[in-house]
Design a protein around this ligand. Structure first.
Ligand code: FAD
Ligand code: MLT
Ligand code: ZN
Length: 471
């Protein structure tokens, strides 16, 4: 039965694009963090939407579950197959064409397997910008970005992925292809169906292409790193800068001193720009037109912050390299943590105003539960998204920390819930939070999501075990 299926698969997309050898499929079966290890029946690498549809039909006929996969950088185990060699990973990496640039409509139609960096470059070459930006942009693919409704460092100004998409092409679990590749900013003709697939993490369909919004390229940019005494001061700085700069403030990241030390320890040539402060704010200010006075405006705002005691010190990047160094400091935190070994990660969102109290209360509760644990707190403060990760400085003890992750995560998530926040701001639920979400999500919402899932995928063949518990 399985050998027949594999034969039909090879006939459908070519034997070279059906991987079955353990060595060939291993990288597709382990997540980026090395937390989940699956074993797939095979990895199919279709090259066109028609091939994806045929693969899905073959799998549906054989009742073989399908796990869509992009760059495999997801943090929730959503792209990792089960361990029993019963599932087919469908990797979109070969579908990497730019289908259409429409300058006057300011849209770019791309296939799912383009990396985010390739999409950014295609927009840049057209003299425009696609603003989604993540530390994983060199590997993550736009199909995965849509499927996880990725956030990243420009949400403050441009929103999450779902706000950057006008149309999608999807292969449904029954093998039909929905061509929803419309580039319309207004289309009020019924339900906005694309939004069901964006953020569905591969459980409702395989996204094969998308129409993305393009934006004017920034012609004036200022990047700065400010040192602040505590999270309340960081929130006050955000408020001051937004008051002075409006939506030209496109990024505002919080970095604790613990993070800077981790990056300096693990990532060579990380400059130590403002040593010796407990917290830092990385800010990005952009304007779509030439404005030589922008840096003076930012200087004045930071001077006001210093005079009012909100900021302790600040450095404005004097070159593109220094600006890039500041962003590398921020974006290497994930990599530095991975090199430091396992820990307990949280990807939470709160009203920005609640973040200082949350950090205060969570710190007290966590230290009571895990005395001496290291709290690695950082993230997209501008949009209320914190990464609140726990580990031991002596990584030998990290197994002891990880062993208590359920209890510790419960403390963090219960507190987030009390503040009206979300236990998954941008990484999705995957398999990591499929059960945890039941504690916090309104049962009615879970019921509605299950009804949608059953309507699209009645045999539960698309990414079973992810996002929703259907039992
Ligand atoms: P994968 O990991 O391959 O898959 C993710 C999920 O999407 C899975 O459930 C999979 O089944 C599904 N999927 C993938 N492709 C498709 C498709 N074509 N159709 C349907 N379903 C599909 N995330 C953020 O939101 N913000 C960040 O700032 C951020 N920074 C990161 C930094 C680093 C260093 C790393 C390693 C990760 C970071 N991430 C971040 C997480 C991750 O990069 C994002 O979730 C990203 O969107 C995943 O894209 P991917 O192509 O790797 O998807
Ligand atoms: C980030 O903002 O760096 C990412 O979301 C990854 C992480 O949480 O480690
Ligand atoms: Zn993030």
């Amino acid at each position: 039965m399985m050998s027949d299926f594999l034969e039909r698969l090879r006939a459908c997309i070519g034997p070279a694009h059906v991987l079955t050898e353990a060595a060939d499929i291993e990288s597709f079966c382990t997540d980026w963090r090395g937390r989940y290890h699956g074993s797939a029946l095979a990895v199919a690498r279709p090259g066109t939407t028609e091939e994806v549809a045929r693969v899905v039909l073959l799998a549906a006929d054989a009742r073989i579950p399908v796990v869509p996969q992009g760059g495999n950088t997801g943090m929730m185990g959503g792209a990792t197959p089960s361990e029993d060699r019963s599932q087919l990973v469908v990797s979109l990496g070969r579908m990497n064409r730019v289908r259409r640039l429409d300058r006057d409509n300011a849209t770019l139609t791309v296939e799912a397997g383009l990396t985010l960096a390739e999409v950014q470059n295609a927009a840049r070459e057209a003299g425009m910008m696609f603003p989604l930006s993540l530390g994983s942009e060199g590997s993550c693919q736009i199909g995965g970005n849509l499927s996880t409704n990725a956030g990243g460092t420009a949400v403050l100004r441009y929103g999450n992925t779902r706000e950057l998409v006008l149309g999608i092409e999807v292969v449904l679990p029954d093998g039909r292809v929905w061509d929803g590749l419309r580039g319309l900013r207004k289309d009020n003709t019924g339900y906005d169906l694309k939004q069901l697939f964006i953020g569905a993490e591969g459980t409702l369909g395989i996204i094969t292409a998308a129409v993305l919004k393009l934006f004017p390229q920034p012609r004036s940019s200022v990047t700065a790193l400010a040192a602040v005494g505590d999270p309340p001061a960081a929130v006050a700085l955000l408020r001051l800068l937004r008051g002075r700069l409006g939506d030209r403030l496109t990024g505002f990241e919080l970095i604790s001193e613990v993070c800077t030390r981790l990056v300096q320890k693990h990532i060579p040539r990380t400059p130590d720009l403002l040593p010796g402060h407990p917290w830092y704010c990385l800010l990005q200010v952009d304007e779509p037109w030439p404005n030589a006075g922008l840096v003076t405006e930012v200087e004045a705002a930071l001077a006001e912050a210093a005079q009012s005691g909100v900021a302790i010190d600040a450095v404005i990047a004097q070159s593109l390299k220094q600006a890039a160094d500041m962003w590398r400091l921020r974006e290497n935190i994930s990599e530095a943590q991975r090199m430091e070994g396992p820990g307990i990660k949280h990807d939470i969102s709160l009203p920005v105003s609640a973040i200082p109290q949350f950090l205060e209360q969570a710190g007290t509760s966590i230290q009571a539960a895990l005395p001496g644990v290291r709290i690695v707190a950082f993230g997209h403060l501008g949009d209320g998204n914190l990464h609140y990760n726990l580990s031991r400085s002596d990584s030998a003890d990290n197994d002891a920390v990880s062993a208590r992750s359920k209890e510790i995560t419960r403390i963090v998530h219960d507190l987030v819930h009390r503040y009206g926040g979300s236990i998954s701001a941008e990484h999705g639920l995957g398999q990591s939070k499929r059960d945890e979400i039941k504690r916090y999500k309104d049962p009615l919402e879970l019921d509605l999501m299950r009804r949608v899932k059953r309507a699209f995928d009645p045999h539960n063949l698309f990414n079973p075990g992810k996002v929703l518990d259907l039992s």
